[in-house]
Design a protein around this ligand. Sequence first.
Ligand code: KIV
Length: 258
Amino acid sequence: MKITTKSLAAVKSERPIVAVTAYDAPTAHYADAAGVDLILVGDSVGTTQLGFETTVPVTLDMMVHHTAAVARAQPNALLVTDVPFALAHDDFSHLLNACRRLLQEGGAQAVKIEGGAALAPTVARLIAAGIPVLGHFGLLPQNVHQLGGYRKFGRSEDEKSSLVEDALALEKAGCFAVLCEMIDGTVAGTIANELQVPLIGIGSGPHCDGQILVCNDLLGLNAGHVPSFVKEYAKLGAATEKAFADYAADVRNRKFPA
Ligand code: KIV
């Protein structure tokens, strides 16, 4: 049955939510066949598929293109897509137009936006305009150039209270769920208990209401840096290289075609 923003929220009290990223139709097909609850077309498409060093160069057109590919797999999972770099801080009508394209041309059911309490008024306006929003606080990879790198959040008392504030503000703005990235696990547990809506974590410990991983990381298809919190469930990178090598050897040895 098709998962909606409403039915996802109801899962919070029943069991952990399973979320994963996908950027193309075949990956979305297999993730959906495996029964994941939520597929995110993350702007991590930039680093995982497009060869960029960060998510900053990813444009709206790229997000629409990859979201539409995932939507063509017709997943039952809730389909959420990322609002790319800095658009959320643009003029509201530009942001609304961008979200409209992601839903109308991309086929997403909801958007994810990086930003905490400061962005809550904008999030509330989008939701009032009929755009369902998944909040995203903690580490905001789109701010990498400001942060000077990726790090864990919530180690100091000040940071802990601003994380709680971010989560509550996003819930109050109307987000159907919020995602926390790289936050202290104990703080994540406290926030999950305080929120009515689901808290989906990445690199934020086991006490969230659900988990999300980047598909390339969990599939072992990441030639670059693999974050320490990742568990690899397959070694598709190594398997792919071996398949290419076997094919090359067969062609060179005139074994293929037989
Ligand atoms: O773009 C992305 O993949 C993300 C992760 C937090 C899942 O936002």
